[in-house]
Design a binder for this molecule. Sequence first.
Ligand code: SF4
Length: 108
Amino acid sequence: MSSSKLEFETKCAKVVIDYSKCEPAKKNITDPKCGFACVKADRFYDRNILRIDGNKPVLALPKEDAKSRSNESLSWEYACNMTGNNAIEIAVDFPGLEEYRKKINLKI
Ligand code: SF4
């Protein structure tokens, strides 16, 4: 049985694609309304990290190579969110962020 999530790391981020939220993966269709926006964004703004396989976005290279290949565009998450599916989360560590938020008294 295949995993319901694809998780991998780039140089500065951790990426999770949740197939339970991914339109073509859920419906097992080749022409989703989202138009595989994440893969298109990858072609435009990143470096061909993703490809379509089995009606879902998958890594186009071994996980360990994503760290050196990706340019950290974050475009996949934005593109998926714009389709309303919100299937991709990219977490980026910001050392010192909490201290900075306190320093400028940021409440949100
Ligand atoms: S844009 Fe979102 S819903 Fe569409 S294929 Fe990519 S991850 Fe799945």
